[in-house]
Design a protein around this ligand. Structure first.
Ligand code: AMO
Length: 449
């Protein structure tokens, strides 16, 4: 693609030693040495040192957008910076144009890490996203998305886009945002669930990357009110096929992401992902492991506690060299209406979660595909079948045995990178307290003159 006329990308300067180039980018850091000014300038390809002579650039500051003409020189041996790909070169320039002037920054962005409290990091999101280490989070996230797409396509899935204005709650009645829809009530979709199922008789196998809205009334490090789900749904499958499918997609997706972004991942100092054979346990078996290995008796609980999830992953890494554990057969009553009860023991369902590095990153199930059974399940939960009219049509007119699963993109990103809070893994996170700006107090940010 054509860039600004005559522009050379910073990384390509490596091939232009001794030549005149024009680079465009953002001032990252300035260092004054008498009459000479050293700048670190970054563009989408990398970062380079610029030596500005001739008394130029005295009023430059970080984030100024600049166009610089100069000559690419080899740096003296003792000045080589081994940490960056352009560390053997620099640009000498006396010609600089400021394309856009930045105001004084509210904090220093020049360090290797951006050392800010989370609220400040988010209050200044459009600025803090420019820091190389923050930027890298979303390069890794893009690689995860890429990996998911490739893995889902390899399964034979067709990509679909589901609506997000919907007629009812699918995943749980309370945690749904109501919206005014002309003179009617509508909801923001909690999941693309119903739509991916309706498309099974059309394409057999589908995938989607969708926004999911959850009116989560609590503030935790792992919940957002607007999350991104990566969903798959497949027809003509049995329970074991689904487990193979989800583990296969998880493995392929993260292998691709690790390979594509290996340099960025190194910056975060995280261990390489352990892809040993993924252990599969029923919920009751998992709770036995917790009791035996960690001394907590949660064997009567309907779900795993956050501590159980952490401990199970510790166990899987130690015993199976796997950062993943698949847990199956959650109680039917704890799962959404579309979940298929296990015919061998209907109190438990053909459902599963995938845990990764201590947290649930995926859940899913084999679905009820029988029309009458689905209708009964809706009614049994006190829901109104009229709100599911279009969904039910799909079952009335023939639905193969089917099932699927959904990964939470931000949770996956968070745990691939070892981030402390899910908000760091969302470009513009929404929670109870924030929609871009803080809702709980007047924004401290005034438009700076
Ligand atoms: P579930 O509700 O478990 O299942 O969601 C699937 C995955 O999405 C992520 N996730 C969230 N991430 C951040 N904040 C939230 N509030 C949030 N809620 C969910 C998690 C979770 O594992 N329709 C089913 C999936 C299916 O059966 O196919 C569903 O939505 O990583």
């Amino acid at each position: 693609m054509q860039d600004m006329q005559n522009r050379t990308l910073i990384l390509d300067c490596k091939e232009k030693i001794g030549q005149d180039v024009v680079i465009c980018g953002f001032v990252q850091v300035r260092r004054d040495h008498g009459k000479i000014l050293f700048l670190d300038v970054a563009d989408r390809s990398g970062i380079i040192q610029v030596v500005l002579g001739g008394g130029k650039g005295t009023d430059l500051r970080p984030q100024d957008v600049v166009k610089i003409s100069g000559k690419v020189n080899k740096r003296p041996e003792h000045m080589v910076n081994k940490n960056i790909p352009t560390g053997e070169i620099e640009i000498y320039s006396e010609k600089l144009e400021v394309l856009s002037k930045a105001q004084e920054l509210p904090f220093d962005m020049g360090g290797k890490d951006l050392d800010l409290q989370l609220p400040t990091l988010l209050d200044f999101r459009s600025l803090t996203l420019r820091h190389p280490k923050v930027k890298a989070i979303f390069k890794v996230q893009a690689a995860i998305l890429d990996g998911f797409r490739k893995a889902a396509k390899d399964l034979g899935c067709t990509e679909i886009i589901a609506p997000t204005i919907v007629a009812g709650a699918t995943e749980g009645g309370a945690e749904v945002f109501k919206i005014d829809y002309f003179e009617h009530k509508a909801y923001l979709s909690q999941s693309p669930q119903l739509y991916k199922q309706m498309l099974v008789p059309v394409y057999e196998r589908v995938f989607t990357i969708a926004k999911a809205y959850r009116a989560e009334p609590s503030v935790t490090t792992r919940h957002l009110t607007e999350a991104t789900q990566m969903d798959v749904e497949m027809g003509f499958v049995e329970f074991e096929d689904l487990l193979d499918g989800l583990e296969g997609v998880a493995t392929k997706m993260l292998k691709i992401a690790e390979e594509e972004q290996s340099e960025d991942l190194k910056e975060f100092g995280v261990e390489k992902i352990a892809f040993g054979g993924i252990p599969r346990l029923t919920l009751r078996e998992a709770q036995e492991v917790i009791k035996k290995e960690f001394g907590r008796d949660n064997t009567k609980e309907k779900d795993l506690t956050p501590q159980d999830e952490t401990d199970l992953c510790k166990w899987a890494l130690l015993k199976h060299k796997s950062d993943f554990v698949t847990v199956t057969h959650f109680p039917t009553s704890a799962k959404p209406f579309y979940t298929k009860p296990d015919p061998k023991d209907p109190e438990y369902s053909l459902s599963y979660d995938l845990l990764f590095r201590g947290v649930e990153i995926l859940s899913g199930s084999q679905r009820i595909n029988d029309y009458q059974q689905l209708l009964d399940s809706i009614k049994k939960r006190g829901m109104n079948p009229e709100n599911f009219e279009m969904y039910l049509q799909a079952f009335k007119y023939g639905m193969p045995p089917e099932g699927g699963f959904s990964f939470g993109l931000e949770r996956v990103t968070m745990h691939v990178l070892g981030l402390a809070n899910i908000r760091q893994a969302s470009l513009f996170p929404r929670d109870m307290e924030r929609v871009d700006i803080r809702l709980t107090q007047n924004s401290k940010l005034k438009t700076q003159k």
